[in-house]
Write a protein that binds this ligand. Structure first.
Ligand SMILES: [Zn+2]
Ligand SMILES: [Zn+2]
Ligand SMILES: [Zn+2]
Ligand SMILES: [Zn+2]
Length: 112
């Protein structure tokens, strides 16, 4: 007899595959952000898939070069090869933002 237990049902983290509580923003095991749910385009937040080369909505290229290891990786939160966090912090206002943009999403200053 299967009892319904939607409450407390856990999902595997996409990075370490340990079970984490639903709606987790950070995996409590490996500490990576966004362990659950669909991947989203960093630009328009359209749901995307790992094997896509471009966002189906805005056309943003979903392949980027990791700043750490120099390999081409999917434009997710972390590099597939070295695990580096693919997020840059604006040196001016300290806002976190995805790679790929030249200017800060908040203060608009150049990131380089
Ligand atoms: Zn994890
Ligand atoms: Zn997009
Ligand atoms: Zn890397
Ligand atoms: Zn800024």
């Amino acid at each position: 007899m299967a009892t319904q237990s939607a409450l407390g049902y856990k999902h595997p983290c996409r990075y370490c595959e340990k079970l984490v509580p639903p709606n987790s923003n950070v995996c409590p095991f490996c500490g990576k952000v966004n362990p659950l749910g669909p991947l989203r385009c960093p630009k328009c937040k359209n749901p995307i898939q790992r094997d896509w080369k471009k966002c189906s909505n805005c056309g943003l290229s979903l392949e980027i070069t990791c700043p750490k290891c120099g390999k081409v990786t999917f434009f997710g939160n972390y590099c597939d090869h070295c695990g580096a966090c693919l997020v840059v912090i604006c040196p001016h206002c300290k806002t976190e933002q995805p790679l790929g943009s030249d200017k800060c999403i908040k203060c608009g200053k150049l990131l380089k």
